[in-house]
Design a binder for this molecule. Structure first.
Ligand SMILES: [Zn+2]
Length: 288
């Protein structure tokens, strides 16, 4: 129970060691399994990798489509390491694109190349940090000009984004307070306009259409014109690459519009949303 601003619980441990987590963990071993499995699939290649200060790997996976002039879709997850639902989301996305049902999702590859970072912050993940990397930096406040020493994870990924260009950016997170999954767009960046707002609304509507677990309702208040904080990835990438750039947030507890009394928000629901995100991506580039 949440009482007096404290999360309180009691248990009688049946073993000497008990781990308690804010959400279903996504272990580093599982991360390595996910990368190894993905790279064993014919369509997936290791686009680039970076060894972090604490000697973990950040992998950028590339899934190349068939288009002659493909759009570059970048999706990153788990800048905030405790938001493990973000990596469950990536697992669902990778399974949809590469697994047994991949034939159902191939049409999205007619227009796009995917660049996927399943875990942006392995140092923070292994350390059990809530929001920061191994040096105590919140990566999602470090995108204005990512410092190579303090935020090498963001620095590495941004360099590669500059090489490929970005036509769509998605940054995957979890939010402890808002009890539904939602998307924050780029309102407040200098180049924000009616056309971009229309594209954001269309994307959200189509995701809500594909997934009963996504809500077009805003979870955060919109920024005032020109007041978007450009040190946050979603705003920085939208401003820098003049593209559709969205931050997707999932709940920790449950979706209040579709609550599940037994499991609440779960790895399985996060994975399903990762699969359903392909629907709006597909139609986004079909129409342009
Ligand atoms: Zn976050």
């Amino acid at each position: 129970q949440f009482k007096d601003r404290q999360l309180q619980f009691s248990l009688t441990p049946a073993t000497d060691v008990v781990y308690v987590a804010l959400f279903a963990p996504y272990s580093y071993e599982r991360h390595q399994d996910l990368i190894a499995w993905s790279l064993s699939q014919r369509q997936c290649e290791l686009f680039a990798s970076y060894e972090t200060p604490d000697n973990h790997q950040i992998e950028i996976l590339k899934i190349a489509g068939a288009a002659q002039a493909p759009k570059s879709v970048w999706i990153i997850a788990r800048q905030h390491p405790a938001e493990t639902m973000a990596e469950w989301f990536m697992e669902g996305l990778l399974e949809a694109l590469l697994g047994e049902e991949r034939h159902l999702h191939q049409s999205v590859l007619a227009t796009c190349n995917f660049y996927l970072v399943a875990n942006m912050n392995p140092d923070g993940s292994v350390a059990g940090n809530l929001r920061t990397n191994g040096m105590g930096i919140d990566l999602n406040r470090a995108w204005l000009n990512p410092d190579k020493q303090q935020a090498p994870e963001s620095h590495f990924v941004l360099q590669h984004m500059a090489n490929t260009g970005v036509d769509l950016f998605l940054d995957i997170h979890g939010d402890e307070d808002v009890p539904f999954a939602f998307i924050q767009g780029c309102e407040g960046i200098p180049s924000y306009n009616d056309a971009l707002q229309a594209r954001e609304r269309q994307f959200k509507a189509e995701l809500a259409n594909a997934s009963g677990d996504f809500c077009v309702e805003d979870g955060y208040p919109a920024c005032e014109p020109n007041e978007a904080p450009l040190n946050i990835a979603g705003f920085q990438i939208g401003a820098r690459f003049n593209c559709l750039s969205l931050t997707l947030e999932m709940p920790f507890t449950d979706n209040k519009y579709r609550s599940d009394a037994v499991s609440g928000w779960s790895p399985q629901r996060s994975k399903l949303l990762g699969k359903h995100i392909l629907a709006p991506i597909k139609s986004l580039f079909q129409k342009t």
